[in-house]
Every structure is written in C-alpha cells, then in structure tokens.
Ligand binder design. Structure first.
Ligand SMILES: Cc1ncc(COP(=O)(O)O)c(C=O)c1O
Length: 413
C-alpha cells in the first residue's frame, strides 16, 4: 500500500485485526475495558508486550484504526489521537517542556495556543520566546541550551503567513532543537511535513479531518526524525522499544494516560471516515477559496484580500513550493473598520457565522471580537490581531452562490 496514491493508501489501510463479520468500516468499540483469559495475559498486556487493548483511556481499537489511517496518510512513525487540537498541543508540550526550559515560537498563533504558552505553561516555569519567523537571525538568537522546541503554525491562523520550514529546519538541526508545527491548515494530502523538516506535527482534526465538523479531535504525529536524547527531560528515560521514539513512548505510557484527554471511539469512527474523503474535500474547498480570493482581490470596497496563492502576498512562491499551489480553504478580507465587518457579515446569507474551519458549509468570523475576545490590547498587538479583519472558510457549496453572497453583502457598505 505504501507505494500507492494518497486516498488509496488511506482507504486501503488495514484494520489491526480482521473484522469477525468482514465489515468494510471498522465497527465502533464503545466499551471502556477489555477482558483477559488469565492474570498472566492481563499482566503481559499492561507491560505492553502483546499490543492488546486493556482500557479505553490507554488505547481503543476504533481510535487505533483512525491513527493507522493517519500513519498511512503521513508516513509517520507514531500517531496519537486525542480529544481536540488543543489536547494535541498541550500533551506535546507536557511531554517535552519542564521548568526552566523555553519554546521559541511565532507569536502569530491560534488564540488558545497563544494563551496556553503565555499563561498556562508560564505558571509551570516554561518561557515562550516570540520571534519573527521571517527573520532567521531572530530564531538563532532566541535559541539557547534550554530551548526544548521551535513552534509555528503552517499556515498561521488567521494571518495566513508561511514560515520557510526547509530553511528553518537547517538552523534547528545544527542547534539540536526539534521542529514542532501545527499543520491544521494544510493536511497530508497537500503538504509533506517530513520532507520540509518537521519532526512533530500537531493537528486539530476537528477541521479538515473530521469530515464536515462532525466532532472535535486532534493528533500528534511523530516522524521519528529527532534525537530526543538532546531533550533534558527525555534524555534520562530508559531506551524505548524499537520503532518508537522517546517522545512517542513518554506520550503513550505517561502523558496521555495521566492527562486523560483521549479521543472517543465514536469520534474516531467519524474521523476515520473523514480521512477517506479528505483529499476530495480539500481540493474542492481550496479551489473555491482560490477562486473567491482571485475574484474579490481588486474589489473597490475591500481594503485587502489575503490568500497564499495570490500574487499580491509575499508568500506565494513558498506556497507554490510547499503546497503545489493549493494552500487550502481559508482566506481573509480586510474592510474599512470593525463596524463595516459586522455590517457585511450580518448581510451574508450562505456563509454561516461560526467559529470553525473547513466544515462542508462555508463559514465566516470576525476573529478580534470572538476568538481573541479575552485578550488584552497588548496580547492582541503581539498576536497580530486586527479589528478590520474577517476570516472565511470555503465549504463545498457551488462557488457562484458564494461569490454572489459576498457581492450582495458588500453592497450594504
Ligand atoms: C491552527 C489551530 N490550531 C489548533 C486549534 C485548536 O483545535 P481544537 O479546537 O480542535 O482544540 C485550532 C482551532 O481553531 C486552530 O485553528
């Protein structure tokens, strides 16, 4: 299967064990616990020697089935599925950060990630050092012997910026720092993270993967490319089993179990189905976003349209290289004022006012007054959040209906 094309690999990914009835979609294992014939067998399972499931907070067949589809899509060494994108981010950093360590990160982050770094991790003595990822000198200067990771979003939400990951990866390799990237906006059908130098991906599978906003979820994808003996917290660990990194082993055997933010079997079932249609939905949504961005880029009532494939953005060349010119379904528009944004959004009839991305339905939101509502003015400035910005997520409706919807709403300004 590994030599086949993207959707074929995902659809053809084997179940862990053949289904007793030959079901084509793995049935949902909604149980909490698994029974064993004798004490020796359950003890061996708890020692991790047999690969048997014991308890659904530790592992579950439906969740494993989804994780295997993500492995088939990404080519990663290990995949852990969790209850949300934020769970993927928080579990990752609870595994590798410790008091006194620091994270070098872009400040242009999804609101809760920014807040997790600035408030939650800070309370445990972990520092975040914000850098401009367009300036390699800042990254070099921020890294020291206590740096446990470089972090960024590709593409940043909602700024639509792209860090040059292949170039940054060279700096990080030389310094012995892992590259951890939130790739929620560019799934595996569009972006080869391993080739770009990413060591670990964190993804909100709520978005593209869930198959139409069916449920919340997240994954941590480990490519097995980083030498974790360079991380002072993981260096002291005993050697993990072959084919599992120290990071993945610590995640599975300690962090995920202790924090307990597991993906439910029902969610895993829906996400596994979502994986099968991912490429089809992504291509359609991306083409629609591109068409809308191109159509409105010179509209007299719009100050600016942002989309990485537009010639007017500084990231077009990098977008073409990293995503073969197909940078996904999110685009943003700047209007004259916050009041204009509200009036325009209230007039939309096809786009839904909702805080999500990559639903089958087209969505629209004003980030400053919603996702970043609890931020102080200083935090908004640091996170680069503007009052005049509207974020769109193109769905799979007909592009002409979406075009007319925007055109009609602009007439109210
Ligand atoms: C880039 C990015 N990362 C992480 C998250 C958090 O994901 P979740 O809502 O699944 O926790 C989001 C949510 O919007 C996001 O856009």
């Amino acid at each position: 299967m590994n030599d086949m094309n993207f959707s074929t690999r995902i659809i053809g990914a084997d179940f862990e064990k053949p289904d007793a009835h030959g079901a084509l979609a793995l049935p949902v294992y909604r149980n909490a616990a698994f029974e064993f014939a004798d004490s020796e067998a359950i003890a061996a399972a708890f020692r991790g020697e047999t690969g048997e499931h014991t308890y659904s907070r530790i592992s579950n067949p439906s969740v494993t089935n989804f994780e295997q589809k993500v492995r088939a899509a990404s080519g990663a060494e290990s995949v852990v599925a969790l209850s949300s994108g934020m769970a993927a981010i928080t579990n990752t950093f609870f595994a590798i950060a410790s008091a006194g360590s620091n994270i070098v990160s872009s400040p242009h982050l999804f609101g809760n990630t920014f807040s997790f770094f600035r408030s939650t991790l800070a309370a445990f003595g972990v520092e975040v050092r914000f850098v401009d990822t367009d300036d390699p000198a800042q990254i070099v200067a921020a890294i020291d012997e206590n740096t446990c990771a470089f972090f960024a979003e590709l593409i940043t939400n909602p700024h639509l910026e792209l860090a040059d990951l292949p170039a940054i990866s060279k700096i990080l390799r030389a310094k012995g720092v892992p590259m951890i990237i939130d790739t929620t906006l560019v799934p595996w059908c569009a972006f080869d993270a391993k080739k770009a130098g990413v060591d670990v991906e964190v993804v909100s599978t709520t978005k593209y993967i869930s198959g139409g906003a069916t449920s919340t979820g997240g994954v941590i994808v480990d490519y097995g490319t980083f030498d974790w003996t360079k991380n002072r917290r993981l260096a002291a660990m005993s050697e993990p089993p072959a084919g599992v990194s120290r990071f993945a082993h610590k995640l599975r055997t300690e962090i995920v179990r202790n924090l307990g933010a597991v993906m439910t079997p029902d969610t895993a079932y829906m996400h596994a189905l979502g994986m099968e249609t991912l490429d089809v939905r992504y291509r359609r949504m991306s083409a629609t976003a591109h068409e809308l961005a191109r159509h409105f880029v010179e509209h007299p009532k719009i100050t600016r349209v942002n989309y990485p494939a537009l010639k007017t953005t500084p990231y077009k060349t990098l977008s073409d290289i990293l995503f073969s010119g197909d940078p996904g379904a999110m685009f943003t528009v700047e209007l004259g004022s916050k009041a204009d944004c509200f009036r325009f959004m209230n007039a939309l009839k096809v786009f839904r006012r909702a805080t999500n991305l990559f639903d089958n339905k087209s969505l629209v939101i004003h980030p400053e007054s919603t996702i970043y509502a609890t931020f102080t003015p200083e935090m908004k400035r640091t996170a680069g959040i503007e009052e005049s910005l509207i974020r769109f997520s193109a769905g799979i409706e007909a592009v002409d209906d979406l075009k007319n919807d925007i055109e009609n709403a602009l007439k109210t300004l």
